[in-house]
Write a protein that binds this ligand. Structure first.
Ligand code: ATP
Ligand code: MG
Length: 336
């Protein structure tokens, strides 16, 4: 079983990324062979960015992932831009992905509406590149947050259309979306997902936040009307806090509701903050140890890219041959 997922090196990674994606990556190492994780620098070019910062943010992200428990000996960790098969497959897949589907994507609509500068065609093409990321490894499972469900559907249809038209070469992947914490909400605007690009600063808890910043953000978290600590459709703020605490402590949300039955919101929020501080502090400490050594991080990413290329080039050779690209009987990959 092959697992693949990607994470952007934009900004600082937050609790939504940590709960929705990163801890699933760590668990995936024990279930997959191989588990492949990619820092998607090419995806990060789709919104305004600073070229001089992109490499640094990639190292930040690599260090966070390793601090969280990714082990380069038990998974393949690499940088997307180092493996050119991703961009080639993007173009090849564009012939089986309808424009209408891309236009309908919520991420495209939301991000282009929020854009004050030019809306790039890369933003529209984001799901095509993402399809290429996963399909190049013939991955079976893709751990992601709820917000990526739609893109996974595009990817699945792309694989099905490709297989129907050119032969059964690609694996149709399944999304793996966690039951609790699939959509961690912004603490200030609980109707919105916690987000790198769209959220509020006070409502976004970063994995690397100092304990006092974490405590302050939870203290100011928007609570709902009423006073019970229970999950309910009309209590998005408290429901979010219950889920966060459940994941941080590794127990079921029901247990949290039971434990805080007779507590007020103030005490509950303080307790959530302490759980998160305790949970994230070791990650921050390991990150501090790792982040100083660019050469080591670069070495890990390079070694990962080599392993990734060995897999993706085989898929690309098959795809090119099936699509009639290049001379007959000669595939360009090492499969030849
Ligand atoms: P942006 O808002 O710019 O898209 P992001 O915060 O979504 O950035 P990504 O790198 O795009 O960060 O996402 C990495 C992973 O984190 C994806 O699998 C995504 O589904 C997941 N994720 C992002 N936000 C949340 C959230 N609020 N709750 C749960 N999972 C999330
Ligand atoms: Mg995202």
């Amino acid at each position: 079983m092959v697992i693949f997922s990607g994470i952007q090196p934009t900004g600082r990674k937050h609790l939504g990324n940590y709960i929705g994606a990163i801890i699933q990556y760590v668990g995936g190492q024990d279930r997959a062979d191989p588990a492949i994780y990619c820092i998607v620098d090419l995806h990060a070019l789709t919104v305004p960015y600073d070229p001089s910062e992109l490499r640094e943010r990639t190292y930040d992200t690599a260090a966070i992932l390793i601090a969280a428990g990714l082990d380069p000996d038990r998974c393949i960790l690499f940088r997307q831009g180092d493996v050119q098969e991703h961009t080639e497959l993007t173009w090849l897949l564009s012939s089986v992905i309808p424009l209408g589907e891309l236009n309908r994507m919520h991420q495209f609509r939301d991000k282009s509406a929020a854009q004050r500068e030019m809306v790039t065609s890369g933003l529209l093409f984001y799901p095509v590149l993402m399809s290429a990321d996963v399909l190049a490894y013939r991955a079976h499972e893709v751990p992601v947050g709820e917000d990526q469900r739609e893109h996974l559907e595009v990817m699945r249809r792309a694989a099905e259309r490709f297989n129907k038209r050119f032969g059964e070469l690609l694996v149709v992947p399944e999304a793996r979306i966690p039951e609790v914490g699939a959509r961690v909400a912004d603490l200030q605007e609980p109707e919105r997902k916690m987000s790198t690009t769209g959220g509020s600063e006070q409502g976004t808890v970063y994995v690397l936040d100092e304990p006092d910043a974490i405590r302050r953000k939870f203290k100011r978290a928007v609570a709902d009307s009423g006073r019970e600590v229970v999950r309910a459709a009309d209590k998005p703020g408290i429901s979010n806090l219950i889920e966060i605490m459940a994941v941080a402590r590794g127990i079921a949300p029901e247990e949290i509701e039971h434990e805080f039955e007779s507590s007020g919101y103030g005490d509950f929020k303080a307790a959530v903050a302490e759980s998160v501080v305790e949970w994230l502090s070791p990650v921050r400490e390991r990150y501090d140890e790792l982040r100083g050594d660019d050469a080591r991080l670069e070495g890990i990413l390079e070694a990962g890219a080599e392993k990734a290329r060995a897999i993706a080039s085989l898929t690309l050779a098959d795809v090119r041959a099936a699509m009639g690209v290049g001379p007959v009987g000669r595939s360009v990959g090492p499969a030849a």
